[in-house]
Design a protein around this ligand. Structure first.
Ligand code: HEC
Length: 119
């Protein structure tokens, strides 16, 4: 019996580690507006911090939105197209959310991580 509980605890621990347990969960929707959409659609991969979860960064090459160099090299149009049509492991969001929301997500949410926030 002890073994079962131990395995379960270990499993949950690893799951949390992999997905990155997110204590800041509600902070984003509190900002209101387009952030509620980010919270619902994008947070699970890109996270509250905009850095992407650790594993995702390594395996799926999720970009770090707080990286100034990355921001400088990423044009609005490229990012909007990527969010609308999807890019490799990222699903496309055209049709799931409105076009205005996609533009707003890039211009407001993604750009808000630049300049990098002190944390
Ligand atoms: C299933 C996980 C997942 C979800 C959900 C997701 N993304 Fe991504 N996103 C990714 C991955 C993986 C990449 C890296 C794509 C690549 O370059 O291969 C990425 C890349 C991006 C990029 C950079 C594209 C580029 O051209 O460099 C932007 C901007 C972005 N995501 C915004 C969003 C927004 C906004 C949402 C919510 C509407 C969102 N993502 C939802 C996984 C996700």
């Amino acid at each position: 019996m002890k073994k079962v509980i131990f395995s379960a605890a270990l499993f949950i621990f690893c799951a949390l580690l992999l997905c990155g347990c997110n204590p800041e969960k509600t902070a984003l929707s509190d900002k209101g507006g387009i952030w509620a959409v980010y919270d619902r659609e994008c947070r699970k991969c890109h996270k509250v911090s905009g850095k992407g979860c650790f594993v995702g960064r390594i395996i799926y090459k999720i970009p770090n939105f707080t990286n100034a160099k990355w921001q400088d090299n990423a044009s609005d149009s490229r990012l909007i197209i990527a969010v609308a049509n999807g890019k490799r492991k990222m699903p496309g969001f055209k049709g799931k959310i409105t076009d205005d929301e996609i533009v707003d997500l890039v211009k407001t949410c993604v750009r808000s991580y630049y300049p990098p926030q002190e944390k």
